[in-house]
Design a protein around this ligand. Structure first.
Ligand code: FAD
Ligand code: NAD
Length: 469
C-alpha cells in the first residue's frame, strides 16, 4: 500500500519527491495547484512583487534625482501586467513541481482529502465523486491559512495576503493590520508602488520577533518611504472609506480615543493558523501542541504511521522547515535514521533592507544562560554594500552581528540587516550547523568585494581585531 501525503506544498511535495527517490510508492493529494501556499500565494509571488516594486521605486528615484547618474522619464506601473509576469513565474514553477514528482514516480491526485481513519482517506475529486485510498502511512501536510479577525472578515476591500497578491491596481491608500513578516514585506512593496501605507501593529514595535538593533534600519526605511507606523494600536472596524484604530490601552467601549485611517484596501496580516478544515483530524484524536498537530523529531504524531510536517505542526511557519521535514519524514518511513534536529532554522525578512537571523540573538543567548561575546560590523564600511544602493536607504545602514560563547568561541547566533543580506543565510546556517567557532570563519577567505566579507569582519570584531573598522 502507498504512502498518502495530504497537501502538495513545500512539505508535501518534497516528501513525495524524496519518497519516490527512495523507491517508495507515494501519492500526493491536493485540490490546489502544486507548490502550496509558498509557491502559489506566498514566498514566490510575494518576492516577485517585492522585486518589481523595488525596480519601480528605483526608476522613480532616477526620474527625480538621477540616481546612479541615470535619468529616466517618470515610470508608470501597470500592476495587472506585473501580476501577469508574477503568475508566469508561479505557473512555470507549478509545472516544475509536477515534473519532479513524475520523475520520482510519485502519483498526484487532484482533490480534497478527508481522513476516515489512520489508514484510509476519502478524496473528493472534481467530478463530484469520492475516491477511497488505503495507505500504509499517511503524511499530513495541509499547511496553514491566514488568521481572520472577527471585526475585519475577509471580503471586498478587506484582503489577506492572497488578495493583495492578485490586486490589479495599486490602491491609493492601504491600511495594513499587523506589522510582522507579511505586513511589512507587502506593505513596503505597495509603498514602493506608490500607495500611501499605514501599518497598524498591536505590539509596541514592528517585527516584535526581532530585536531593536535589527529592526531599526527597517523602521528608518519605512519612515523614508513615508509609511505611517502605528504601534500599540488595534484595528477595530472598517468604515466606509477607512479603518478605525484604537490604542491598545483603550477600554472595551473604545474609550481612550479612536482614529480613522483613510483606506481603500485593508490588508489583514496578523498571523497564520494550521489548516485543518474538513480534514477529519478529530476522527483520529491526534495529540495537539496548542493549535498545531504535535510531532516528535521524526515527524511522528501520536498515532502510529500517521505523520505530520510543515506549518500544520507549528512555528516557525517557514517553507524551508517544511521542506526539510518532508525529506526527513520520507527517509524515516523508508527505515533510515533521519531526524529533524537542526542547529538553527534561518529566517529572513524580505523588506528593504533585509533582515536575516540564524540562531540566538545576544539577548536570547543571555536569557538561555550563556556567557557570550558579540561583535558587529557596520555595512557602511563594506564597499560592496555601498555599491548596492537600496531604494529607501543608502549603503551606510545595516550591520552584520556575530554571537559566540565567551569560553570556546562556538558561534551560537548570526544576524544581519542591510541590502542583499538574505543570501548570507546560507553561510550563517552552514556555520551554525557545522559547529563553527569564530576562528573557523575568521580563517576562511571571503571574496572581495562582497557583502559576505562583512561576515568575516563581524567575526573578527567579536575576536577584537576587525580590519576595516
Ligand atoms: P502549504 O504550503 O500551506 O501547503 C499545504 C497544501 O495542502 C496546500 O496546497 C493546500 O491546498 C493543501 N491542502 C490543505 N488541506 C487539504 C486537504 N484536506 N486535501 C488536500 N489538500 C489539502 N516562508 C518562507 O520560508 N519564506 C518566505 O519568503 C515566505 N513568504 C511567505 C509569504 C506569504 C504571503 C505567505 C502567506 C507565506 C510565506 N511563507 C514564507 C510561509 C510559507 O508559505 C509556508 O511556511 C509554507 O508554504 C508551508 O508549507 P506547507 O507544505 O506546510 O503548507
Ligand atoms: P506574523 O506573526 O509575522 O506577524 C503578525 C503581526 O501582527 C505581529 O507583529 C502581531 O503582533 C500583529 N498582530 C496580531 N494581532 C493583531 C491585531 N489584532 N492588530 C494589529 N496587529 C496584530 O504573521 P504574518 O505576517 O501574518 O505572517 C504569517 C507567517 O508567515 C509568519 O509568521 C511566517 O512564518 C510566514 N512568512 C514568512 C515570510 C518570510 O520568511 N520572509 C514572509 C511572509 C510570511
Amino acid at each position: 500500500m502507498p504512502i498518502v501525503i495530504i497537501g502538495g506544498g513545500p512539505g508535501g511535495y518534497v516528501a513525495g519527491i524524496r519518497a519516490g527517490q527512495l523507491g517508495l510508492s507515494a501519492i500526493v493529494i491536493d485540490d490546489q495547484p502544486l507548490g502550496g501556499t509558498c509557491l502559489n500565494v506566498g514566498c514566490i509571488p510575494s518576492k516577485a512583487l517585492i522585486h518589481a516594486a523595488e525596480e519601480f521605486a528605483v526608476a522613480g528615484e532616477q526620474a527625480t534625482d538621477g540616481r546612479f547618474g541615470i535619468t529616466v522619464a517618470e515610470p508608470r506601473i501597470d500592476l495587472a501586467a506585473t501580476m501577469a509576469w508574477k503568475d508566469g513565474i508561479v505557473g512555470r514553477l507549478n509545472r516544475g513541481v509536477g515534473g519532479l514528482l513524475r520523475k520520482a514516480g510519485t502519483e498526484v491526485v487532484s482533490g480534497r482529502a478527508r481522513l476516515v481513519d489512520g489508514k484510509t482517506v476519502d478524496v473528493a475529486v472534481s467530478d463530484g465523486s469520492t475516491e477511497r485510498i488505503t495507505a500504509d502511512h499517511i503524511v499530513l501536510a495541509t499547511g496553514s491559512a491566514p488568521v481572520e479577525l472577527a471585526s475585519l472578515p475577509f471580503g471586498g476591500r478587506i484582503i489577506s495576503s492572497t488578495g493583495a497578491l492578485s490586486l490589479t491596481e495599486v490602491p491609493d491608500r492601504l491600511a495594513v493590520v499587523g506589522g510582522g513578516y507579511i505586513g511589512l514585506e507587502l506593505g513596503m512593496a505597495f509603498a514602493n508602488l506608490g500607495a500611501s501605507v499605514t501599518v497598524v501593529e498591536a505590539e509596541d514595535r514592528i517585527l516584535p520577533l526581532y530585536d531593536r538593533e535589527l529592526v531599526g534600519p527597517v523602521a528608518a526605511a519605512l519612515e523614508n518611504l513615508g509609511v505611517t507606523v502605528l504601534t500599540d494600536a488595534l484595528a477595530t472596524e472598517a468604515t466606509d472609506g477607512g479603518l478605525l484604530v484604537s490604542p491598545r490601552s483603550a477600554d472595551a467601549e473604545g474609550n481612550g480615543g479612536s482614529t480613522e485611517i483613510p483606506a481603500d484596501n485593508i490588508l489583514v496580516t496578523v498571523g497564520r493558523t494550521p489548516a485543518m478544515d474538513g480534514l477529519g483530524l478529530d476522527e483520529l484524536g491526534l495529540t495537539r501542541d496548542g493549535p498545531f498537530v504535535a510531532i516528535d523529531e521524526r515527524c511522528r504524531t501520536s498515532m502510529r504511521n500517521v505523520w505530520a510536517i510543515g506549518d500544520l505542526t507549528g512555528e516557525p511557519m517557514l517553507a524551508h522547515r517544511a521542506m526539510k521535514q518532508g525529506e526527513v519524514v520520507a527517509e524515516v518511513i523508508a527505515g533510515q535514521a533521519s531526524v529533524f534536529d537542526p542547529a538553527a532554522i534561518p529566517a529572513v525578512v524580505f523588506t528593504d533592507p533585509e533582515i536575516v537571523s540564524v540562531g540566538l540573538s545576544p539577548d536570547d543567548a543571555r536569557s538561555a544562560g550563556l556567557e557570550v561575546i558579540v561583535g558587529r560590523f557596520p555595512l557602511q564600511a563594506n564597499g560592496r554594500a555601498m555599491t548596492l544602493s537600496p531604494t529607501g536607504l543608502d549603503g551606510d545602514a545595516g550591520l552584520i552581528r556575530a554571537v559566540a560563547n565567551a569560553d570556546d568561541h562556538l558561534i551560537v547566533g548570526l544576524q544581519a540587516v542591510g541590502t542583499s543580506v538574505a543570501e548570507l543565510s546560507a553561510a550563517f546556517g552552514l556555520a551554525l550547523e557545522m559547529g563553527a567557532r569564530l576562528e573557523d570563519v575568521a580563517d576562511t577567505i571571503h571574496t572581495h568585494p562582497t557583502v559576505g566579507e562583512g561576515f568575516a569582519e563581524s567575526v573578527a570584531a567579536t575576536l577584537g581585531h576587525p580590519l576595516h573598522i
